[in-house]
Design a protein around this ligand. Structure first.
Ligand code: NAI
Ligand code: MG
Length: 339
């Protein structure tokens, strides 16, 4: 039986992770869940936001379904999410944005995937202030782009396109200004593209990309880009399909893969029982696809899309005034998936 590390997380995390577990099990997938702590729950239990036991579990199982973690403010803690990315070299952040019927959005034809480089670029963590007499006069952040890092993310994007039947990869950059970091990324993209003759390749400058995305998102298929641009563009894409409550992401590396909702722990609605479980369930769908459990993945995604379209069993973020909570929405999905 497949063993998977399960991190319930903080705030709304335990409720939506429970919903995802129930729906996955209802689809008939046999999983042994290895429950572990991280974030505030781990700080409360053992004064460490990322205990060794959690790291060891992910290292052994290589698969993790993770609820949102509250980043403790103060106390000198590093972001757990950033630490996990570095620890397991989770170099590819994959975020699909596919329109849901029944949502109130400007476009209904969005069907794109952002593949963001997750470990280098401007987020490499090399930054400092320059001070004079204790007064901050400047700050510098260094963007690091390596050939190996570019090659593996561009190859990942093309392989992903090939595997999922997508037709085009668009490389997003700013090589006109950032001639070295963005320039190398573009150069390597152009080197690799001819190896995938069945996939169309083009490139676009990031600012123009933002404009084109909000005017004609249907023109995009797979996008591959560096860390900072990917952070922003992937949130923009999530917004196009109705935002946080619906979007999931995968963090894929050579040593492990971690699947999560895009949103955070939503402290403003924690313990109210009204959190939308869909983003977390879609994270589960991405995990099932990664495991090769394609039938279960399709069954769950179809049930989710049907329920959102029909609108009678959805949480209030999707239908203002709705009395349906997390549990009731999950119950409806469990019923459909196991039917
Ligand atoms: P957030 O995503 O938790 O919440 C933003 C807004 O969206 C809130 O009004 C919230 O109620 C709503 N929302 C989010 N998820 C929802 C859901 N499933 N159903 C209904 N409404 C939902 O972002 P915020 O407030 O900036 O961050 C809260 C905490 O989460 C912070 O400590 C932050 O660091 C952490 N965080 C963790 C992430 C992770 O573990 N991957 C990602 C983003 C934030
Ligand atoms: Mg972000």
């Amino acid at each position: 039986m497949q063993k998977i590390t399960l991190i319930p997380g903080d705030g709304i995390g335990p409720a939506i992770v429970d919903a995802a577990v129930r729906v996955i099990e209802a689809a008939g997938v046999k999983v042994e869940w290895d429950k572990q702590l991280a974030g505030m729950a781990a700080v409360d239990a053992c004064n460490n936001p990322l205990p060794d036991a959690t790291l060891a579990s992910i290292r052994a199982n290589r698969l993790c379904l993770k609820g949102p973690l509250t980043t403790p403010v103060g106390g000198g803690y590093r972001s757990v999410n950033v630490t996990l990315r570095q620890e397991f070299k989770l170099y590819a952040n994959v975020r699909p944005a596919i329109s849901f019927e029944g949502t109130d959005t400007a476009f209904s034809n969005v069907n794109l995937v952002t593949v963001r480089e997750n470990t280098e670029g401007l987020y490499a963590g090399i930054e400092h202030f320059i001070t004079e007499d204790g007064y901050k006069i400047a700050a510098e952040s260094v963007a690091v782009v390596t050939r190996k890092g570019c090659e593996r993310i561009v190859e990942y994007a093309f392989d992903y396109a090939k595997r999922t039947g997508r037709k085009k990869v668009t490389l997003v950059h700013k090589a006109n200004i950032l001639k070295c970091t963005s320039g190398l990324f573009l150069e390597i993209g152009r080197e690799i593209a001819p190896r995938y003759p069945d996939i169309e390749f083009n490139d676009v400058i990031v600012d123009a990309c933002a404009m084109k995305l909000v005017m004609n998102p249907g023109a995009f298929d797979v996008m591959v880009t560096t860390n900072l641009f990917g952070d922003i563009i992937s949130d923009l894409a999530s917004g196009l399909i109705g935002g946080l409550g619906l979007t999931a992401g995968a963090n894929i590396g050579a040593d492990a893969a971690i699947f999560e909702a895009v949103h955070g722990s939503a402290p403003d609605i924690a313990h109210m029982g009204i959190a939308n479980p869909i983003a977390m369930i879609m994270a589960g769908v991405m995990m099932l696809e990664h495991m090769g459990e394609l039938d279960a993945a399709r069954k769950i995604e179809q049930a989710v899309r049907d329920v959102v379209r029909e609108g009678t069993h959805v949480t209030p973020d999707l239908k203002p005034g709705s009395a349906v909570g997390t549990q009731a929405m999950a119950d409806e999905l469990v019923r459909r998936v196991s039917a």
